[in-house]
Design a protein around this ligand. Structure first.
Ligand SMILES: Nc1ncnc2c1ncn2[C@@H]1O[C@H](COP(=O)(O)OP(=O)(O)O)[C@@H](O)[C@H]1O
Ligand SMILES: CC(=O)OP(=O)(O)O
Ligand SMILES: [Mg+2]
Length: 414
């Protein structure tokens, strides 16, 4: 069976082709072909195409729309030197990550017109994601006609959260209007939970998954179920992110609206111009922010007042400091929801690759007796336990494989 997976994130668009012979394996298979668009600006992306043989090709795409870039990416499946397949009819099923499934979808479904309408209706709540998923579904319809398509929702894993965690303390009417915490990155949180149990060789009662990518969220997982998470009605709540603010005092929004800001302006401000990018003024990308931080700043500058912070390096340092402060604060919330900790998982771009963010986060939990092996933490671990033998909780670095989880859901649907 050939399964094509499309995973549109806020800074990237990832696609994979898996070939499954016989029963689907429990551990992730290596894709036959992988391609990724990394968006540098709304009309400028880098395309990276990889084959199972390890060949890699890069292309710069400028002045392109998102739909054209995705069509071009998909052409590399059967054209050029990669040629993972001879013709499109070989594909049996296409799976899509869909960020917002609202109240209606608590598990993956076959895509129908009704499902497409629901994804479109939910677009204002996930404006950076749902429109891209719909575009992906429609491009596949154009290329492949009637091939079965499956939508796998980021919200599904959180759909059974306890009411006290899911319901906002606003007016009671909000519940009927569907204004509640949905939570996102559920495909990744669920995959990492299962993978953590596989790596440890046992299930654990109290687990926190830190999904730290361009979008970021934490989930408290009790006996394999999501019981609390930092993202909410939309993927804007919770942690500081690449370009998103995360939770801010809602009074700020009332103030800005009274000053004349429109809903669209606030949307742009909070979704695209805040977070690491907004504070640093440099980039949404933590790597660029860390490059900009001058490590040997004179001590006199370190306590600089907020208004005096003007140069790039100081703004970059402030962005990273706020990022860690918010991460630790939200971790405290998850920790208390669980009543303790048996295992902590780091995943996604920052969680998988930033040894310093992992080390500083774990340092804040040292009072619990949590200890990591610093040399192992620095050794680019993948799917490894980096806690010391005497640590009170295990600490795992897991490569998130949302695409593989989507492929498994497709297999089950067929
Ligand atoms: N080596 C690294 N060090 C620090 N941060 C990294 C590194 N590699 C990737 N990142 C971070 O990961 C982010 C992308 O995460 P990813 O999970 O791929 O994003 P998306 O949310 O689009 O799926 C980048 O913007 C960058 O901040
Ligand atoms: C839900 C979300 O924020 O996804 P991503 O991190 O892929 O942007
Ligand atoms: Mg992602």
């Amino acid at each position: 069976m050939k399964i094509l997976v499309l995973n549109a994130g806020s800074s990237s668009h990832k696609c994979c082709l898996y070939t499954i012979k016989g029963a689907i394996p429990e551990s992730p298979a290596t894709p036959l072909w992988e391609a990724q668009l990394d968006w540098h600006a709304p009309n400028h992306a880098a395309l990276v195409v990889k084959t199972a043989a390890g060949e890699q090709r890069e292309e710069d795409l400028s002045s392109v729309t998102r739909a054209d870039a995705l069509s071009h990416l998909l052409e590399t499946l059967w054209q050029g030197e990669t040629q993972a397949i001879q013709n499109l009819q070989e594909i049996d099923v296409v799976g899509h990550r869909v960020v917002h499934g609202g109240q209606a979808y608590q598990a993956s479904v076959r895509v129908t017109d009704e499902v497409k309408d629901a994804i479109a209706t939910l677009s204002p709540l996930a404006p950076t994601h749902n429109p891209a998923h719909l575009e992906g579904i429609e491009i596949i319809e154009r290329l492949l006609g009637q091939v079965p398509q499956v939508a796998v929702f980021d919200t599904a894993f959180h759909s059974q959260m306890p009411a006290a965690a899911a319901i906002y303390p606003g007016p009671y009417d909000w519940i009927e209007q569907g204004i509640r915490r949905y939570g996102f990155h559920g495909i990744s949180h669920q995959y990492c939970t299962q993978r953590a149990f596989q790596i440890l060789g046992r299930t654990v009662e109290r687990l926190i998954v830190c999904h730290l990518g361009n979008g970021a969220s934490l989930t408290a997982v009790k006996n394999g179920q999501s019981i609390n998470t930092t993202m909410g009605y939309t993927p804007l709540d919770g942690l500081m992110m690449g370009t998103r603010s995360g939770a801010v005092d809602p009074g700020i929004l009332i103030h800005l609206m009274r000053q004349g800001h429109t809903a669209d302006q606030l949307d742009r401000l909070l979704n695209k111009e805040s977070g690491l990018k907004g504070i640093s003024g440099i980039s949404h990308d933590l790597r660029k922010i860390e490059d900009a931080i001058v490590s040997d700043q004179p001590a006199s500058k370190r306590g600089a007042s907020l208004t005096a912070i003007a140069n790039g390096s100081e703004r970059a340092k402030l962005a990273r400091d706020i990022y860690l402060h918010r991460l630790k604060s939200c971790l405290g919330e998850m920790l208390v929801s669980l009543g303790g900790l048996d295992a902590l998982v780091f995943t996604a771009g920052i969680g998988e690759h930033s040894a310093s963010i992992r080390a500083e986060t774990c340092e804040a939990l040292a009072f619990l007796g949590l200890q990591i092996d610093l040399a192992q933490n620095d050794s680019s671990p993948v799917d490894q336990d980096i806690a010391r033998a005497n640590s009170t909780a295990r600490v795992l670095v897991i490569k998130t494989q949302e695409d593989w989880a989507i492929a498994q859901a497709c297999y089950e649907h067929l």
